[in-house]
Write a protein that binds this ligand. Structure first.
Ligand code: TRP
Length: 455
């Protein structure tokens, strides 16, 4: 068999997985969801679901990946030969490609904003909040510019992926993931020291449970899934590049911890600045592209150079975070084509690039010329987002936990989780973990799935 890629060490494997997990979800989605759903109370639910729900799903995916050293379709076929499971695995090849299509549109916006910050466009204190919103609205609804940046963003992904697991993904993420942490901590230090930041800090640490409605609960759980890249085979595929003797519990806990930590630091980087500038915290998806430029410009009165530096660092963080995540989405499809269809990496990447580019163009146009074209009553962009986050990802997660909990032999699951008994701690906690994978996670996912259907 042709040599499949693999990660060189535990450190690089965790950097790749954490890089996949840390993305626009942490910097763009998490802060505005916290803002809309009651601050600290939302964070608590999020934490709870990350630990009790997401880690078991993460383990289920990585058990399948590491056991078979194959991507989703092949893994299912190998573990359940002659059954229909492989077609379920096949389904999960498409989900990350749909996500990638709209994700790279937002990735493209972040390139545009990074370039804007380089040209020092955010330091004019005379520009009002409404003007910043108008600039953003004008940009995303235009026809060509967002498509150009979307293309550029996808191209960078393709280049990294063509270089392979070690030469591309590993080399890229082992540099960028640690840099992301340094950047976001710097921005947080700036933000919490702004005059008036205290109200924002307060908002993040004092829970307001009255805002925790049913839909807020669902959003918190959905956000936890999205943030850990679960249910679409990203973790499964990355786990298939782990060494045989890797400790899955350790990689899972490290990845989830880094992801959580990053989301919370990002919250502390953004909310204090939002409050300091006297803006509504629940600004929604426009938060980082409309509100933050305004914040940068108001803060720029006293120290314009400092505000320019922070703006550049901030949009660079977003761009890197988006890239380390999007490559993991592309890799799922590429791994399938390479493993199963025996295609070369370059051809596989080119083919999927073309598909995601085309769907992405439609998503991008759905803010402008195609704005009145609706699918299920939503714009194309929103339809892709809802279809994947509310249904396909939850369905995929259910599939993975169900497969590991009910279809695989318990002895095999134990063997993979404990490396045939050699990991003592894992052996001791196995029964608890197995209970969560077999009963708790599927039950919780079904509740989420059905509630999403009824909403
Ligand atoms: N987790 C990433 C983020 O927070 C996005 C991401 C990467 C993702 N791979 C995924 C989301 C798979 C859903 C499914 O931005």
């Amino acid at each position: 068999m042709k040599e499949r890629g693999s990660f060189n060490s535990r450190f690089t494997a965790i950097m790749a997985m954490a890089g996949s997990a840390i993305g626009l979800g942490n910097i763009w989605r998490f802060p505005y969801m916290v803002g809309q759903n009651g601050g600290a109370a939302f964070i608590l639910v999020y934490l709870f679901s990350a630990v009790f729900l997401c880690i078991p799903i993460f383990l289920a995916e990585s058990i399948i990946g590491k056991r078979t050293h194959l991507s989703t379709f092949g893994a299912m076929e190998k573990l359940a030969p002659g059954t229909r499971w492989k077609w379920m695995g096949f389904l999960t090849v498409f989900t990350p490609l749909i996500i990638l299509s709209y994700y790279s549109v937002v990735g493209g916006w972040s390139i545009e904003y990074f370039l804007k910050s380089l040209s020092l466009s955010f330091s004019d204190p005379a520009v009002s909040m409404d003007e910043h919103s108008a600039v953003f609205g004008g940009f995303i609804s235009s026809t060509w510019a967002p498509i150009v940046f979307h293309t550029l963003f996808l191209l960078v992904n393709a280049v990294v992926i063509i270089f392979g697991v070690r030469g591309g993904i590993e080399r890229f993420t082992k540099l960028t993931t640690p840099v992301l942490f340094v950047l976001i901590v710097l921005i947080m230090l700036y933000s919490v020291n702004l005059p008036g930041a205290a109200a924002g800090i307060d908002y993040l640490i004092h829970p307001d449970f009255s805002k925790l409605t049913g839909s807020a609960l669902l959003s918190a759980m959905g956000q936890a899934f999205f943030s850990l890249s679960l249910g679409v085979g990203c973790i499964l595929t990355y786990a298939s590049y782990l060494k045989r003797d890797e400790n899955l519990l350790a990689t899972g806990i490290f990845t989830a911890t880094f992801d959580l930590l990053f989301a919370i630091i990002a919250g502390f980087a953004i909310m204090p600045a939002v409050f300091a500038a006297g803006i509504e915290p629940g600004a929604g998806p426009g938060l980082i592209f409309e509100t933050l430029p305004f914040i940068f410009s108001t803060m720029g009165v006293d120290a314009p150079w400092l505000c320019n530096i922070v703006a550049i660092l901030f949009f660079l963080t977003i761009l890197f975070a988006a890239l380390t995540s999007s490559i993991s989405m592309l890799e799922v499809g590429v791994a399938y084509l390479v493993d199963q269809r025996k295609m070369s990496r370059t051809r596989a990447t080119a083919l999927l690039f073309a598909c995601c580019w085309a769907l992405g163009v439609l998503c991008s146009l759905s803010f402008g010329p195609l704005r009145d074209f609706h699918v299920f009553g939503m714009s194309i962009f929103d339809a892709c987002d809802h279809l994947t986050s509310d249904f396909l990802m939850t369905f995929g997660s259910l599939l993975f936990v169900f497969f590991v909990g009910w279809k695989m032999k318990k002895a095999d699951v134990r063997g993979e989780f404990t490396n045939d008994g050699s990991l003592r701690f894992n052996a001791r906690v196995f029964n608890v973990v197995y209970f969560f994978i077999r009963y708790v996670a599927p039950a919780a996912i079904i509740v989420i799935f059905v509630s999403n259907l009824l909403m």
